[in-house]
Each structure stands twice: as structure tokens, then as C-alpha cells.
Design a protein around this ligand. Sequence first.
Ligand code: TYM
Length: 334
Amino acid sequence: MSRIFSGVQPTGNLHLGNYLGAVRNWVKLQHDYECIFCVVDMHAITVPQDPKALTASTREVAAAMIASGVDPKKHIIFNQSQVSGHAELAWIFNCVARLGWLNRMTQFKDKAGKNRENASVGLYAYPNLMAADILLYKATHVPVGEDQKQHLELARDIAAKFNNDFGVENFFPLPEPLILGTATRVMSLKDGTKKMSKSDPSELSRINMTDDADDIAKKIRKAKTDPEPLPGDDKGLEGRPEAANLLGIYAALSDSTLTETVAKFAGEGFGTFKQHLADLAVAKLGPIQDEMRRLLDDLAYVDSVLKDGAERANAIAEPIMAEIKDVVGFLTVR
Ligand code: TYM
């Protein structure tokens, strides 16, 4: 049975990168897989979080998943800290993964910045928790944006080393990344060489799923461009990261390819193109935002989804965790 696991951190609300790189693909994949989607609150606290804001963001991100079209009856939506197996398995993986493997993680280097000595141990061990998230359910496929590729390779290494060290061939599947669509790496609207990210201090760098039509239009209007008109073919995008990014966003939102989008706007000025892009973004995101607002007016419903999801996630995780403990040799006195 193919099983999907994926997650989003509740550090503020979702942005367009999270939506196009991940959540939108989940909605498409849910017809073919059994899916578990997680609001990874334990990952969020690897950097300081205001507790009240964390609680609010957890509900908002869950609401965004539902509003985007994930079916919480058919599939599981829950927040990570409600299933204790994530922490238990992460500890075991802390003892399987090698320091050398974690030292190579580029995301830690980016997030810790110059002050590495002051980063939390959790931020460093973060990829082990991510491997635990996936393997606690023996998930086989993981739909993510491009930036999570290295973490997934580590999850595969951990799964293989566990299987090998304990002599349990095929105990954990080696999870396959699913990096799909034309927007696997949405870039900042202010700098086409930097990833669109929640941690960018400039609000103008990203479109949030909660931005209203005016904000979306303003951010697109103010997005960085270059002085040339749009190119006649894909090759003309070389060395033009901002043009490539905006056309890529248009392609993803309109469910077309980059080549088709480039052909559609060949030779146009950015002014006209940006107007089309803003109209498309508002048309595509507006209904999701309306649904999100409706859901956030009914927190009892959102909480009921998270409660039900946690129970169903636990029911899958518990027997797997019991097997893992047996493999490791932890005595459970029954
Ligand atoms: P997070 O919360 O940073 O991002 C959630 C998802 O959005 C994708 N994404 C992007 N895709 C395209 N362009 C962008 N600019 C962009 N920014 C983010 C991410 O690739 C991700 O798919 N470590 C993960 C969360 C996690 C997880 C897991 C994912 C924890 N455990 C287990 C999969 C499986 C993270 O920080 O995602």
C-alpha cells in the first residue's frame, strides 16, 4: 500500500511557495494514495515561537489545508505534538543518524547563520525528527518542494541504516520524494535568487494565503523585474531569475507549462503581464481564502478535525512504534 506523509510548519500562515510547492500537489495526490498531513508544531519550536501565536498558527495552517481541498474525512490532518511516537522515534533516530550526515545539511547552515553556537540542538537534529515523522507511519511517498530534497535523502539513509544495523531488511521503506509541478521552488518577489520564505523580513517578498486582493495586486506590482520585455522562448529566461519566477508562478496557477506561458506572453512588457498575473492569483486564491475565513470562524470544527486526525494517526503509529521497540530491544513489560 502506498502511503503519503507530508508536513508544514505552523510558523505564521502558508505562503504561495507552500501552496504551489506542496499543498496543491497533496490535493491532487489524495485521489491515489492514503494520506497523512501534519502540522509540524514540534519542528516549529526549533526556533523561538510565541506560544499563543503557535497555537493560532496551528489552527490556521490546518484550516488552509482543508480550504485548499484536502479531504479530512478521507485523509488525516493532525498536529504532530498530539502523537507521542514522533518524539520517541526521533530519539531512536538521533542514535542512528551520524553527526557527519547532519553536518552536511544546508538548511541548518542557512537557518543557524553565523551564530551556530547559539542555535538550538533541536534545529540541528531537525532532519532526524522529519525522518521519524515519515517512518513512524512507514510512509512510502513524500510530496514536498525542492528545498526538502536533502532532508528526504537523509530520511532514506536513516531508514536504510536502521534496517541494516538491526538486520531487519525492508522493515522501513525508503521513502520516495514527490517533487511535482512547475513551481517546486517559488522565489522571493524581491530577489529572484532567494527562496520565497516565511522568515524573510520583507512582507513584499511573499504572497501569503491570507493576503487580500489588494495586497496580492500590490505585491505583484512591486515585484522586482528587469528592464527587458518578456522573452520569446524558455532560453531567453537564462540569467533573468525574476522573469523566470513570475512566469513560473503564472504557469503553476494556470495549470500550464512554463513553455506555454512564455509563448503566451512573448514580447510583452512586465506591466501588462503583472496585471494578468495579479488577476489570476486573486481568482485562484480568493475562493481558498474565503473558505479559510469561514473555517476560522468555526474553530470547534477545525479542532474536531485535528482531534479526529490525531486519533487516527495514533492508531497507525502505535503498532509500528511497538514493532520498532521490539526491534531495538526495548523491553515492554505487558
Ligand atoms: P515548510 O514548513 O518550510 O514548508 C512546507 C512545504 O512547502 C514547501 N515550500 C516551498 N515549495 C516551493 N517554493 C517555496 N518557496 C517553498 N517554501 C516551502 C516545502 O518544500 C514543504 O514541502 N521540514 C518541512 C516540514 C516537515 C515535513 C516532514 C515535510 C516536517 N516533517 C515530513 C515532509 C515530511 C518544512 O520545514 O516545510
